[in-house]
Design a protein around this ligand. Structure first.
Ligand SMILES: [Zn+2]
Length: 401
């Protein structure tokens, strides 16, 4: 694992220019480093912007001059001639203007071609779908054993049908009965599905943050591996991660959910605090109250936060770490104190720093806590193995093109 930040490698990483071993190291670092993930987002935004550059026609007034220059094949006066007089200078500038416009148009065209190449290199405008049971539909038509889901199309299953989608070359998604999903985007920097209702299970071996699922109350961003996501009739969702990590986000609220943990979202609220599914029933109920039903004070005499802190085990620092950001004042102090009792922070991490939400300190502490968040010491290895296998698939698929 890279011990230092990987900012300088991100561009090459994003464009697939690193060796598999280097890519894997960068991906591993990205899982744990908030700062470098932010850098990755910026680079992806740059690629996106390049894709959206449009060509603009030169103003009409320029075209006659440009055309006559092209037809006559005359060389424009060299720029040093401008020094002779201001009149000559203006005339010479007029001659140069079309040339500059032509150069600018050429640059825009070159960027456009580059972006187009980048866009088409790994993108396909549809995903392959296989019917597993019953009669799923794509658009309004019943699908055969195989089908194709185009961008903007809905795939829908009834009470007795199921389907599997191949997500380009990076993984697959199983669609359970009574589910409605739509393909929103599939390209080099982003594969995106919308889950309107029902349940899906995803297994993804792409580098982090290439595969996204939009739900009515949050976006799941894959950080490698496997999870299930379900959306109920009112748009609330539940994410359960079976291996690797998934980030659940809405606007500036983000929950990072490791294997064995779950996270709920509610419309208008966004992601709740992630928790391990083997935490006590009291812990989980109190957390739900804290996240989504604060106004309900009748259910217990003890405040929800106190119950969460009382019931927290070492492993539940996952929940407490996220809670630090979500509570304030005395409550934040209480959360810090409980965390410090369960797992004392390294010496670089101070109480004051944590209470003022110092990013660097909180991520350093998180790095220490993460060891206790995985059930299985082989988890990270499994993630890396899966990812490396996936990379092999991507490479062989690229080779076939
Ligand atoms: Zn970093």
């Amino acid at each position: 694992m890279f011990s230092k930040h990987v900012t300088e490698e991100l561009s090459a990483y994003c464009n697939g220019e690193l060796s598999p071993a280097e890519s894997r190291q960068v991906a591993e670092h990205l899982i744990g480093c908030h700062q470098c993930r932010a850098g990755l987002e910026q680079i992806k935004l740059g690629v996106k912007l390049a894709e959206n550059i449009r060509q603009f026609a030169a103003p009409d007034s320029l075209w006659p001059a440009l055309e006559s220059r092209l037809e006559s094949g005359l060389e424009a006066e060299p720029l040093h001639a401008r020094t002779s007089s201001s009149k000559q200078s203006r005339a010479s500038f007029k001659l140069w203007l079309p040339r500059l416009a032509a150069v600018a148009a050429g640059v825009v065209l070159a960027i456009g071609i580059g972006a187009w190449w980048l866009y088409t290199r790994e993108s396909r405008p549809f995903w392959e779908v296989a019917r597993l049971n019953g009669a799923p539909t794509i658009g309004s038509s019943r699908m055969n054993a195989k089908g194709r889901l185009g961008i903007g199309q809905w795939l829908e299953t009834d009470g007795s049908s199921r389907a599997q989608i191949d997500v380009g070359s990076i993984g697959h998604v199983e669609i359970d009965p009574n589910t409605r999903v739509r393909l929103l985007e599939t390209k080099l920097t982003e594969h995106r599905l919308e889950l309107a209702r029902g349940r899906m299970s995803a297994k993804i071996w792409a580098p982090p943050r290439l595969f996204f699922v939009d739900t009515p109350s949050g976006v799941a961003a894959d950080l490698g591996c496997a999870y299930t996501l379900e959306v109920d009739e009112v748009g609330a969702s539940l994410l359960r991660v079976t291996s690797g990590w998934v980030a659940l986000q809405l606007r500036d609220i983000e929950s990072i959910v490791p294997a064995g943990a779950a996270c709920a979202t509610r419309p208008g609220v966004g992601p709740g605090t992630p928790y391990f599914e083997d935490a006590s029933q009291t812990f989980r109920t109190a957390l739900t109250k804290l996240d989504f039903e604060l106004e309900d004070t009748d259910w217990s005499k003890i405040p929800a936060l106190n119950l969460v802190l009382m019931e927290a085990r070492h492993r539940d620092t996952l929940t407490l770490w996220h809670l630090l950001y979500r509570v304030q004042g005395r409550q934040r102090e209480q959360v810090f104190e409980r965390m410090a009792a369960l797992s004392p922070p390294p010496k670089e991490v101070t109480r004051d720093g944590c209470l003022r939400l110092d990013e660097k300190m909180l991520h350093l502490w998180k790095g220490y806590l993460e060891n206790g968040w995985s059930n299985d010491s082989g988890l990270k290895k499994a993630w890396v193995d899966t990812w490396t296998r996936g990379l092999g698939k991507v490479k062989s698929w690229e080779g076939k093109r």
